[in-house]
Design a protein around this ligand. Sequence first.
Ligand code: APR
Length: 280
Amino acid sequence: MDDPASPGQGRDGELAATIDRAVEILARAQYAVVLTGAGVSKESGIPTFRGEGGLWTVNGEPPMNGFQLFLEDTAGWWRQRLERRRAEEGDPASFARAVDEARPNAAHEALAELERLGVVKHVITQNVDDLHRRAGQHAITEIHGNRHWMRCLDCGARWPASEFPVDENRLPPRCARPGCAGVVKDDTVMFGEPIPDEALARCDAESRLADCFLIVGTSAVVMPAAGFPLLAWQRGAALVEINPEPTPLTGYAEVSCRGAAGAILPELVSAVRTRRSAGA
Ligand code: APR
């Protein structure tokens, strides 16, 4: 079996057939929506959470009640957070350093190109690494937040983290909005933390409009994110999965392309662009 991560030069016949099928579905789509997970950033050097070599496979999963623990002692949480950040800055192998140094890869760029071609109307990403935006994706919901932003838990105000210095002598950081003074934390959703209503509403609305749903690089085990492709499927959308491994959504997919997103998506985009320009 050829290396599925490098289709094109002598690529596996089965993978080629699935890519051709995916092109057919995407080329005729009127409203394609995408769900991405950590796998789409793998080729940017950011480890996934689960599966072989995943952050949690190696280090164990974080507590499922992280948000409750935060609320019990917000100042203590922030003290640990600042200590961890200092340690990570000195550790070239840390996850934080991998994310800080990451650049968008060919998969992010391909999805941004599909938006420019008018094929992809919205991306729902579970990733907090900002790489879709940096690749030029505009119609996007970062359902688990964005690590480069801070958010007030009371009024929902958001600031770029670079514009919100945290004074370790005044923890927890408080909202700068007049009359609020709510506790401020990273704008990344913790286990047990509610996802902001407007993000959920947007994902729901986009999923109901989709006639095609691309599922890229996610193990599809975390709700509500993994439920959006099913919502679209129930309304007749065709699901296309891009993942080296099967997931709980594989059984609902019209086609699953078994390979790396950074290799498969550029091929898809190139073929869809050709079809679109030929008016096929
Ligand atoms: N291209 C595409 N997919 C890949 C690649 C690749 N190069 N490499 C790995 N994958 C796939 C894996 O097979 C796996 O199915 O990416 C998926 C990564 O799964 P997870 O590590 O579980 O990441 P994700 O699905 O994003 O997790 C969802 O869980 O804990 C929460 O907040 C966390 O947002 C995250 C959510």
